[in-house]
Design a binder for this molecule. Structure first.
Ligand code: AMP
Ligand code: ZN
Ligand code: ZN
Length: 341
């Protein structure tokens, strides 16, 4: 197989485009696809300050890399979600990459700010881990962008991600979600920052190839909470179809953007107002993130009280036992730190 540009040995075949490229011309292809997405979608210009949210994975680091090379003004944002070793490693990858790029990286630290990570938020509120995680990420992307004066947030969602989410939304006819599945989500409230997905024309394996060719060191492991997630099942199903019929993912997602989205756009458009607590845009009085953190804090308070009363019961039991065999002087009992007075 030969590169269609220079006829040298091709390194990558892109069957849905009936194309094959050597490494150099693949990088050109990748840059062109991203530039085209940014320009045709009017995502941002070289005058805008773009907040690129990076997970430490291949897609978002490849996105940050290509946007810098294309001359856009970018700052990275990494969110520590408090998912144990996975979060530690992915933060290291994001920070190391920012250093090598010489670009600024902001870090939002959920356990640092709230005392617990997204898994504990999920447990305390009866949500699925991925739902608490997604909610926290969306909330912080917007809040950090507002706090630091960015007009646009760019995520690393690629064609495979979007096609899989679309399939899931179609299977369950989630019309409100379908209406929000565009690569550009404009700001519809003064405190809601525009969100864009400049990799929506790029397949997952192309993002991986870009990262490898550019020597980007990214976290290979998937989030431990994503094991068994529906989105992975939909990706597998689409990969099977793609193998038999190259271009399936693209025709599904791009076809939806061209022909499906215009039919449902505007349907279920929510009316937004400011959250009573944090002033972030929401459809309710209190935003979903504040409700989740409040509930988690309540649970923690209840649990702490419960643990304290258990420890009181335990220590008074011990004290009684001790007193019966070996009487404790009153001042010694009073110094017992766990006793709520
Ligand atoms: P995911 O929701 O994990 O599929 O990730 C989708 C996109 O969200 C990624 O491509 C990143 O742009 C962004 N993202 C995911 N996790 C983080 C994180 N911990 N910090 C910042 N951005 C993230
Ligand atoms: Zn070539
Ligand atoms: Zn709020």
């Amino acid at each position: 197989m030969r590169c269609q540009k220079c006829r040298s040995e091709a390194s990558l075949e892109i069957r849905r485009h009936h194309a094959a490229f050597c490494a150099t011309h693949f990088l050109d292809f990748f840059e062109r696809q991203v530039e085209r997405a940014v320009e045709t979608g009017k995502m941002f210009t070289r005058e805008d300050r773009v907040l690129v949210v990076v997970s430490g994975g291949k897609d978002s680091l490849a996105l940050w890399d290509v946007l810098c090379r294309l001359g856009y003004q970018t700052t990275g944002l990494y969110i520590n979600l408090g998912i144990g070793q996975y979060s530690e490693e992915s933060q290291q990858k994001a920070a190391a990459y920012a250093r090598s790029l010489g670009a600024p990286l902001l870090i939002a630290d959920i356990p640092g700010e709230f005392g617990i990570g997204v898994e504990q938020f999920a447990r305390a509120t009866g949500r699925a881990s991925c739902s608490a995680c997604g909610l926290s990420k969306r909330y912080l992307f917007n809040r950090v962008a507002l706090d630091h004066g960015f007009s646009v947030v760019a995520t690393g969602h690629n064609l495979d991600d979007e096609a899989a989410v679309l399939l899931g939304n179609l299977l369950h006819w989630q019309t409100a979600y379908l209406a929000r599945q565009a690569p550009v989500l404009p700001s519809t409230h003064p405190r809601l920052v525009k969100k864009v997905k400049p990799l929506y024309r790029i397949a997952e394996r192309e993002a991986a190839a870009y990262a490898v060719i550019r020597g980007i060191d990214y976290i290979v492991e998937e989030c431990p909470n994503s094991v068994g997630a529906k989105s992975l099942l939909y990706k597998e199903a689409l990969n099977l179809l793609e193998q038999a019929a190259p271009g399936t993912k693209q025709s599904l997602y791009w076809g939806f953007l061209e022909r499906g989205l215009p039919l449902i756009r505007g349907e279920d458009d929510p009316v937004l107002r400011a959250c009573q607590y944090c002033e972030q845009p929401t459809t309710a009085e209190v935003c979903a993130f504040c409700r989740m953190t409040e509930r988690a804090a309540d649970r923690m308070r209840i649990r702490r009280c419960h643990e304290q009363s258990l420890s009181v019961a335990r220590s008074s039991g011990e004290a009684n036992r001790a007193r019966s065999s070996n009487p404790v002087p009153p001042h010694a009992a009073a110094t017992h730190g766990d006793l709520p007075l």
